[in-house]
Design a protein around this ligand. Structure first.
Ligand code: GLP
Length: 243
């Protein structure tokens, strides 16, 4: 794994943006695996601005989102579908068919998981996967568990994840208890992975993911087995790596 330590979050976002733009210039129909949460917001903002200014053309990219809350649809202000359209897809003006997000309102969630894996397969897999990392080491919503789940699946969110994400909701009770997430198969099948980490609250998880044992208790640790991972992390997130 390559580790790029940046001075701050802005620089992290600049470098991530350069990497995505370079990849999209080489392959206009690139399939991007995309994360939500606070960490990639700077990246999306910069990508949208590069697109607007004609420095990058992102109109042909395909997006494959990592996850969605069960029970929240795109009309809900806190759904990941809404997040993606508001923070990225709308800003680069891509057609709906190119923007893929699991449907958290599907009546048959198991079928929705299979449909989503089929979408990923039909696009030939993910070219460039952008990942954040949870404070407990989760990627997408692959929570610490007894085994790595390969396929898209329904997951019960851990208390710690619900607490972390409560900042977006009016009250902690409103955070959904379950989500649909791609499995580690789609993530590890990506040709290249960019893992972004910012802030001191990620320091323990990042150190464990990069240098600890490979275990489903720290889902991001599986990335050690991927041949092409670039970690872009600010100084605070690297706090437990540098000693
Ligand atoms: C969220 C998302 C992940 C994200 C992670 C970290 O709940 N499901 O895709 O990478 O948790 O989020 P943040 O960047 O807000 O710390």
């Amino acid at each position: 794994m390559e580790l790029i330590e940046t001075g701050d979050y802005g620089q992290l976002s600049d470098i991530a943006c350069e990497e995505v733009c370079k990849a999209a210039a080489q392959k206009p129909h690139i399939v991007l695996g995309l994360a939500t949460g606070s960490t990639p917001l700077g990246l999306y903002e910069r990508l949208a601005s590069a697109h607007r200014q004609g420095k990058a053309n992102l109109s042909k990219v395909y997006g494959i989102n990592l996850d969605e809350y069960v029970g929240l649809g795109k009309e809900h202000a806190l759904s990941y579908a809404r997040y993606m359209w508001y923070n990225f897809y709308e800003l680069i003006g891509i057609p709906g068919e190119q923007a893929n997000i699991p449907d958290g309102l599907a009546t048959d969630l198991e079928s929705e998981c299979r449909r989503y894996d089929e979408v990923i397969r039909s696009l030939g897999g993910i070219d460039l996967q952008v990942l954040g990392i949870g404070a407990n080491g989760h990627i997408g919503f692959n929570e610490p568990a007894d085994f790595f789940a390969r396929d898209t699946h329904i997951v019960q969110l851990s208390d710690s994840t619900r607490q972390m994400n409560a900042r977006f909701f009016d009250s902690p009770q409103q955070v959904p208890t379950a989500a649909v997430t791609v499995g580690v198969g789609a993530i590890m099948g990506a040709k290249r992975i960019l893992l972004l980490a910012s802030g001191p609250e990620k320091a323990t998880a990042l150190a464990a993911a990069l240098y600890g044992a490979i275990t489903p208790r720290v889902p991001a640790s599986i990335l050690q087995l991927h041949p092409c991972v670039t970690v872009i992390a600010d100084r605070a997130a690297c706090g437990e790596i540098n000693g």
